[in-house]
Ligand binder design. Structure first.
Ligand SMILES: [Zn+2]
Length: 71
């Protein structure tokens, strides 16, 4: 399963321990208010998987570079 990885710099994909290169901000319109956003972290390999996972559920989302990616 996919957990909430806020506060971690590891990819949110189950079983992946890679350092995150991306962050995905998303919201479930059915349970979250419009000002609420969840954040998943993703390595480059899994950012597309996680984005598709959310897009398939028609959740609003945005993908941004991980701000602490620097060395
Ligand atoms: Zn990963």
């Amino acid at each position: 399963m996919i957990g909430d990885a806020v506060g971690s710099d590891e990819c949110s994909r189950a079983g992946c321990r890679a350092a995150a290169d991306w962050q995905i901000h998303w919201r479930n319109p059915r349970i979250h208010t419009p000002d609420r956003r969840k954040t998943w972290l993703a390595c480059t390999e899994h950012v597309d998987y996680l984005r598709e996972f959310l897009a398939a559920r028609e959740f609003p989302l945005s993908v941004e570079p991980h701000p602490t990616k620097a060395t």
